[in-house]
Structure formats: C-alpha cells, structure tokens
Design a protein around this ligand. Structure first.
Ligand code: ARG
Length: 602
C-alpha cells in the first residue's frame, strides 16, 4: 500500500511539471510526508532541509531529528533518542525517483544523495519546457518595490544609482517568481524646497509658459542658485514660504510651475533609467499627500499620536527621538508621507510585501515607521508573517581614496558620465583586440554597452549590499576574477562551443539524452538544479549577492567540466552539448535577473 501511495505521489509531481518549485522544496515535500508518518502527533513540524555541509555524505540533509527529540521525549514516545527518530524519518520516506540513497549521520541527520538520472532528466525537461518552469514559488502574490526615488531638482547621485540597480534586481527576481511587482519610484517631489524653486522660477521667467529644459539648463545649478537666494534675501525667503502655501492650496500658477520643474527633472533621470534598462512607475511623495490626514487620523484613533513641543509625534519604544508626523508649523514631512504611502499600499493596492531600497542611513526612519504601523495593527507584530515591510539598506559607494565617491571636476559624479565611461573603456579594449575589423560598428557598440553597463551593475550587486564598496573601473572591467566581464565572456565561450559543433541544439533537445556520467558533469548538473532555490533565497533575504555568487560558482564548475571532459568529437558529444546549453540558459537567466544583457560572442 505504501508503495502504491508513493508512486501516486511521483505521478502527481510529474503531472505538475509546469512548475514543481525549487529542488529544496521538492525534497521538503518528501520529508513532509515522512514526518507525518513518523510523528503523527506533531502537526506543526516543518521539514528542515539544507544542503549537506560535507558533499561527501550527500547533497541534502534533513535536520529534524534533534528538534523532534526534544519535543517528544517527555511525552512517552516510542523513540529512544534522536538517532532512532532519524532512522524512522529515513524509513518512512516515500520512494521517489528523486532520491538515489540515504544514510544517517551523527544524532539523526538524514543525508540524501540525489539520483543523477533524475537530475539529468530535470535539466532536460527544463531545456524543453523553458527556464520559467524552474521559478521558485513564493508565498505572496503582489509586492511593492520602492526604489531609485531621487529628489526633484537635486542631483541623482551614486546612492540613487545603487538603489536603482539593487531595486531593479529584486523586482526582477520577484517577477520571475511570479509575483506581481509594483515598481515604485517614490520621488521627492513635495516639500518646502518647492517654494524657493517656484519663486526663483517666477523671478527668472515671469512668463512660466516659456520655461523649458533649455531655459533652465542645469536643474541642479538652478537649485543651488535658488537656495543661495533663499539664504541671503529675507524678502525672497518670505515669498518662498508663501509660495509653499499657495502650492499646497492648489493655486493654478504655482501648480503649473511645480509641474514644470518636476517634468524637467524627470527627463533627466529617465535618461539614466533608459540606459540601464530599468522600468519604474513614478508615484512621488505628492501622490500620497491627500492620504496623509486620513492615515494620521487612524493612528490618532489608536492613541499613537501625541503632542510634543508644538509638534505631533509618535514615541517609539527604544528610540531617543520620536517620529515627527506633523511639524510645528502644521506641515507634513517625510515620515507622514511614508505612513500614508504604507497605508495606501496595504489597503488600496493590497500588496503583501513592501520593500524599500535606500542607503543604510535611513534604517532608523523605516524602523520607526514600521513599528508605528505594527502598533496600529496595519502590519502583524511578527516579522515572519505577511503583510510585511522590509527595509533593504545598502552601504556607501567609495572612491579609491576611501572617501565618498566623487570626481575631481564636480562634487558628485554624474551618473550618465559614469556609464559612458564604462562603455567607452570597453570599446577601447574590444578595438585593441581587433574586433573593429571582425564586427559591424553596431555589434561593437552593443557589446561595449552590454559589457560596460553590466560591469557597473555587477560590481555593485556582487557585494553584500550592507557593506560600502569601492568604485574602481580597472577592477570591474577586468576579464579575470569575479566580474561581469569574466562571466559574460564565459557565457559567450559556451555559445561558441555549441556553434562550432555544427549541431542543431534545438533538435538535440528533442532527440538527444542528457547523462551525467563523469563526476564533474554530476557536480555541474547538481549546481544547475539548485538555481531555483538560490533565487528563492536571494528573494527571501533580499540579497542579490547570493545570485552573483551562484553565477560565479557556476562558471567555475563549467570550467572544471570543460577542462576534464571533451565535448565536441567525443562519444558523449550530444549529452555534453546539452549540458553546455543548459549552463548557457541558466547563466542567461542569471544575467537577466541581474539586469545584465548577455553577449553571444567575443
Ligand atoms: N527620496 C529619498 C532619498 O533620496 C528616498 C525615498 C525612499 N522611499 C521612501 N518611501 N521613503 O533619500
């Protein structure tokens, strides 16, 4: 009976081949079944599955026995210790084509060796049905990623570049995992600075209708000039303060001027997004302004808002300063806007996860906003429950002098210039390698762009985001080590192996068979199959560097395989070409998730 039941389970897994979840999830399902049989009274035990610490013992291990022992030992259990529990877990595993063999180690760890036939079959199935079938399953349907979010009329600096790059990758990984992602550009388009900007605009251009990009020129310089005017002329300052009131009251002339300034600024940063291939939907601070009174009213009803030194504030346990939600002059601020935005996203947009990507400097701010929302009952108190709000903080970009990244000529680095330089450096290298003669001008340009922009993104993403990283063109554009250049070249080399074989790979996918006979093939195949759980981990912990590390190790595993196993002209040619193709497919998906355009030849 048990046998036929487990065959049934296999059958179900097979029917569900459209998307079976990550490898870890699949193994988890088998252990879940075993745990139900082993300890029928313990209903809330989740299978604890991890990759084996020592690959000599197997691929995965189930770590439930010890924890279970401490749960059941006082309850008159039949088991005499964790090891017998481990034995029972092993015995009760449903038979499955996934598993080749199991063993017990230490106090009841169950080691699992996967079947290499099954690994091979899974890879081949992915080649036929597409890498989308390997997408991990996440427990949510809709999320907001709040990223990039520069401030109107102020410079968009490298910090915003980091936010743009990291946020885009997180959004891409969630999208791949079938989450509906609202990519939100929470631009700073509201606040007192607009009084001064508008007043200065009126002064310079009495006829607002004629104002366009050319007229204003550099918006940043315009901001600085107006700031100087504000600081040095009390009469101007007074007019600027009145302008804020007029703007907030919705006076036509002021709204028009405000919209103009936003529009010009927007065009500037859209140029950066276009180059980076990043899509964003702007819902700036101004959008949430009408929702602030309602949100504050709700918090007030919960008794969260107090009067303090003329301002209205929320005191948060463990924090020295309160969260100010209404300033002394009665105006709203960054925090009130974020509270309203949080309410809106939860209640109007009905998302289950809200992810904010900013520098670590804003951690306090978000901690306070999230705590307030928890106390108001907008978010559950437990961090592992949905709906959830997460702050994804990142470190500074440093120059080679170890200080905040700047160039000599200007105070901060212009993002567009930075991308241009990466591209032009790549082009120079390609020309030195004689590519100008072999390729069309268009190919040369596209490759330089893919590699140059890819290098900038990858150099950022490969670090644990919370650490500062040093911006260094020579390092990021090197073709050795853990760089985008190295990885893009590795991918192109695989493509050229397949091309040079002269075989039709689409045909091979249908008629050929993938086998993993050589140990280095087995290692590579197993690594490929772990793709989904890596994406899952990178999403769950919001750490893009996990995917970078995976990609780099994948290319190392491929190199070892290619060094030790002859592909073209060997007896195993068909199988090995399929393995090459699968590696290229997974690498391309990694590039895609990291926002990098793959290249097919070098
Ligand atoms: N505009 C802010 C800045 O430049 C970032 C906004 C982040 N998003 C948010 N919902 N607060 O620092």
């Amino acid at each position: 009976k048990a046998q036929s039941l487990s065959n049934m389970a296999d059958y179900i897994v097979d029917l569900d081949q459209e998307n079976v979840g990550s490898l870890k999830q699949q193994i988890g399902k088998l252990f879940e079944e075993s745990l139900r049989l082993t300890v029928p009274d313990e209903l809330d035990v989740e299978p604890a599955i991890a990759p084996c610490q020592n690959p000599r013992f197997g691929d995965y291990q189930c770590n439930n026995a010890m924890g279970l022992w401490s749960k059941v030992k006082g309850k008159g259990t039949q088991f005499r210790g964790p090891q017998p529990i481990g034995q029972a877990i092993m015995k009760n595993l449903p038979s499955s084509e996934i598993i080749d063999s199991c063993s017990i180690a230490g106090p009841g760890f169950v080691n699992v060796v996967l079947s290499k036939q099954w690994i091979a079959k899974s890879i081949q199935r992915m080649l036929v049905h597409g890498i989308e079938t390997w997408a991990p399953k996440l427990p949510i349907e809709r999320a907001v990623v709040d990223f990039s979010s520069p401030n109107i009329a102020k410079e968009m600096h490298v910090g915003h570049l980091r936010s743009t790059i990291i946020g885009d990758t997180l959004a891409r990984m969630l999208e791949y995992s079938n989450v509906n992602v609202l990519r939100r550009n929470h631009v700073g388009d509201w606040g007192t600075q607009f009084g001064m900007l508008i007043e200065y605009l009126f002064e310079k251009f009495p006829n607002v209708e004629v104002v366009n990009d050319q007229a204003i020129g550099d918006l940043e310089a315009f901001y600085k000039a107006s700031k100087q005017r504000f600081d040095s002329d009390p009469a101007f300052k007074e007019r600027a303060q009145k302008a804020v009131v007029s703007l907030q009251a919705g006076e036509e002339r002021y709204r028009t001027a405000w919209a103009r300034i936003c529009e010009i600024s927007r065009r500037g940063y859209e140029r950066v997004y276009e180059r980076l291939g990043v899509e964003l939907e702007e819902k700036g601070e101004s959008f949430y302004n009408p929702y602030i009174p309602g949100a504050l009213e709700l918090l007030s009803q919960q008794g969260l808002i107090e009067e303090s030194e003329g301002a209205r504030v929320i005191f948060i346990e463990g924090k020295n300063i309160p969260l100010i939600v209404v300033k002394r002059d009665g105006g709203y601020n960054y925090a009130s806007t974020d509270l309203a935005a949080l309410w809106y996203r939860l209640n109007e947009e009905k998302v289950e996860w809200i992810i904010y990507v900013t520098d670590v400097g804003q951690r306090e701010h978000f901690e306070m906003v999230f705590t307030a929302a928890k106390r108001a009952g907008w978010l559950p108190a437990e961090d592992n429950k949905y709906p959830k709000a997460s702050h994804v903080g990142f470190g500074l970009v440093l120059g080679e002098d170890g200080k905040r990244f700047r160039t000599r000529s200007t105070e901060t680095v212009k993002l567009v210039d930075l991308l241009d330089e990466a591209k032009s450096r790549c082009k120079t290298v390609l020309i030195e390698r004689g590519k100008a003669e072999q390729w069309t001008a268009e190919e040369l340009d596209e490759t330089a762009e893919a590699v140059g922009y890819g290098a900038v993104k990858y150099a950022d993403l490969k670090n644990n985001r919370t650490t500062n990283y040093t911006f260094n063109f020579d390092q990021m554009l090197s073709d050795k080590g853990n760089t985008a250049v190295y990885l893009l070249y590795a991918h192109a080399r695989i493509c050229s192996i397949i091309r040079k074989s002269g075989k039709d790979i689409e045909e091979l996918k249908k008629v050929g068979t993938l086998e993993l006979a050589h140990p280095d093939e087995r290692v590579l195949g197993f690594h490929l199959l772990q793709f989904a759980e890596i994406v899952e981990e990178a999403c769950t912990n919001l750490l893009p560097n996990v995917l970078c590390e995976y990609l780099y190790n994948l290319s190392e595993d491929f190199t070892r395989f290619y060094t030790n196993c002859q592909v073209v002209g060997s007896l195993e040619e068909t199988s090995r070409l399929l393995l090459c193709e699968a590696t290229a497919v997974v690498m391309r998906k990694c590039f895609h998730l990291l926002g990098i355009t793959p290249v097919y030849k070098i």
